[in-house]
Design a protein around this ligand. Sequence first.
Ligand code: MD3
Ligand code: FE
Length: 203
Amino acid sequence: RRQDIAPGAALLRGFARDNEHDVLAAIDAVVARASFRHMMTPGGHTMSVAMTSCGTAGWVTDRRGYRYSPTDPDSAAPWPEMPAVLRDLAQRAATEAGFAGFDPDACLINRYVPGARMALHQDKDEADFSAPIVSLSLGLPATFQFGGMNRSDKPINYQLRHGDVLVWGGPSRLVYHGVLTLKDGEHPLLGRQRINLTFRKAL
Ligand code: MD3
Ligand code: FE
């Protein structure tokens, strides 16, 4: 059930399969109040991945830079609360990976349609790197790239499928990572898309 892929990094295959319907309903409830949108990078490029958030803070990007915001810039309202079913899932996964006590305050929800990708990057906008990041993949499979501490380190590729959960902490917290261009396909529950949730301690 648990595959250790690097120090501090664990892959929990199919971890979210048993309550996938509750998880999807919780995501739908968030998206009903804070829609997916394509944000702009500080360099002026529109991201191919559409995003929204729930929790006390949400990750945003615009011409001013990357940051966590307590409000949705589209509505100026606070982000929707993090649904308990999602927070509990992230906490159970973190515990299984050796990070008991994980208390996420932000959940970034990424939507990929065929052709969307995420270039290699580090997640370093969070205040405290001692907390792990928990990621949940849903819908179409994707190839995830797990690199090293330098952008030039050759990444190892992993196929992520519906229900897989990854936990990144300790020495793996700041590794470069990305997602290759999503291939077309049809998922029985989600259709032609992949959704990825990342639970973070942002503040
Ligand atoms: C490794 N998302 O939102 S999740 C992101 O599938 C992001 O949407 C990808 O990278 C996605 O920032 C990958 C897996 C992941 C997330 C955070 C990490 C891997 C990580 C942080 C550190 C190391
Ligand atoms: Fe990331």
